[in-house]
Design a protein around this ligand. Structure first.
Ligand SMILES: NC(=O)c1ccc[n+]([C@@H]2O[C@H](COP(=O)([O-])OP(=O)(O)OC[C@H]3O[C@@H](n4cnc5c(N)ncnc54)[C@H](OP(=O)(O)O)[C@@H]3O)[C@@H](O)[C@H]2O)c1
Length: 340
């Protein structure tokens, strides 16, 4: 059983892991607190993105010899493999850590096994303390390493009658500024934004993540354009504000494979109704983030094209639904259970 001091330390480790702003690269957020056997805090650490030290390594480096006999409280099971940095299980053993309390078991098929190695070496190990909180914090990463592909969130902005553009093609802006600001912060958190060539031809979007004052965010997702047509010259997506990948295919599985290759954990599907229908039919939409504006258009493109639902019972229903108001718009978020 984790002691009250260890539980408090886990809360602190979760706060450390949730460092504000996007985490660069494909890794999860992780926080770590080292305690003396009496429960005093020796050192703290958190992971700052791929290539930088893991949370445990950062805390151990601060603690030095004081780590001997200490308890490590960490939000993710210590890794057991050599990736861009050495395995944390070894580092904890070498430092003489006596007890490890962790939250989420490592779902990564390659990195898992740290808890077992530590236990075999005589370390007192306890897992599952605030496991749900830790898993929620790394929802997309957990999805991606478990399923072997990125999590895909379909984001759209529609009028009250489900239109994403008016009949003349105009679509800027359907939602208000607060909703657009939220979308820009979501873009800065994901590894890729996906649209179809139709959206690039019609709207010429920039598809960058910007701060509320209009500057480019420090971290930009890869812009992925899907479709067989060549892009007209001079489109904004081809500027140097962010990398762009034009995949001349109509198969969503090709897109997912390319993103997996790039170690993208979370991708935002922002493309029009045709691409949304293709991804949903392929079972490749996992989350929906839908903004509804208090606006009626009566005509114009609907948010999603026909994806073969003939009867109500075959419709795709969301679960774990959350609804909130963002400025004058409503945001509806949910999980698509039928995804592949
Ligand atoms: N309000 C919003 O949130 C929002 C967001 C995005 C777009 N829009 C609106 O949506 C409209 C554009 O709609 P759209 O449907 O043309 O955009 P789209 O879905 O982004 O692009 C459609 C194109 O994607 C390609 N494609 C890729 N995979 C496909 C597949 N499996 N099946 C068929 N085509 C595939 C095709 O291009 P190729 O012919 O090159 O293969 C197709 O013409 C615009 O009016 C835009 O303003 C609104």
């Amino acid at each position: 059983m984790a002691t009250p001091v260890e539980i408090e330390a886990m809360r602190r480790a979760l706060d450390l892991a949730r460092v504000p702003g996007p985490l660069p690269g494909p890794n999860p957020r992780v926080g770590c607190v080292l305690l003396t056997p009496e429960g005093a805090v020796i050192a703290e650490g958190y992971h700052r993105g791929a290539g930088s030290p893991h949370a445990e390594a950062e805390a151990l480096a601060q603690a030095g010899v004081r780590a001997r006999g200490a308890t490590a409280v960490v939000t993710l099971e210590p890794c057991d493999h050599t990736g861009r940095t050495p395995p944390c299980s070894h580092a904890l053993l070498e430092a003489g850590i006596a007890r490890v309390v962790y939250a989420q078991a490592d779902p990564h098929p390659v990195a898992a096994g740290g808890a077992a190695r530590l236990a075999r070496a005589g370390v007192d190990v306890e897992g599952g303390v605030f496991a749900d909180e830790a898993r929620d914090m790394n929802e997309a990463w957990t999805f991606a390493v478990t399923r072997g592909r990125p999590m895909i969130t379909w984001k759209t902005a529609a009028s009250l009658d489900g239109r994403v553009a008016a009949s003349d093609g105009s679509s800027r802006w359907i939602t208000g500024e607060p909703a657009r600001t939220l979308v820009h912060s979501l873009r800065a958190e994901v590894g890729a934004i996906i649209v179809g060539t139709g959206t690039v031809v019609t709207d010429d979007p920039h598809l960058t993540a910007r701060t509320p004052d209009g500057r480019l965010a420090a971290q930009q997702p890869v812009r992925v354009v899907v479709g067989t047509r060549d892009l007209p010259p001079g489109r904004r997506v081809t500027d140097d504000a962010a990398p762009t990948l034009h995949l001349q295919t109509r198969d969503p599985r090709d897109v997912v494979a390319a993103l997996q290759e790039l170690e993208v954990r979370h991708a935002l599907l922002e493309g029009g109704p045709t691409l949304a229908a293709a991804f949903l039919s392929a079972g490749l939409i996992d989350r929906v983030e839908w903004y509804v504006a208090p606006l009626l258009l009566g005509a114009g493109a609907t948010a999603i094209g026909d994806f073969g639902v003939g009867t109500l019972a075959n419709g795709v229903r969301l679960s774990e639904v959350r609804v909130d108001q963002v400025g004058e718009d409503a945001r509806i978020r949910g999980v698509v259970d039928s995804a592949n």
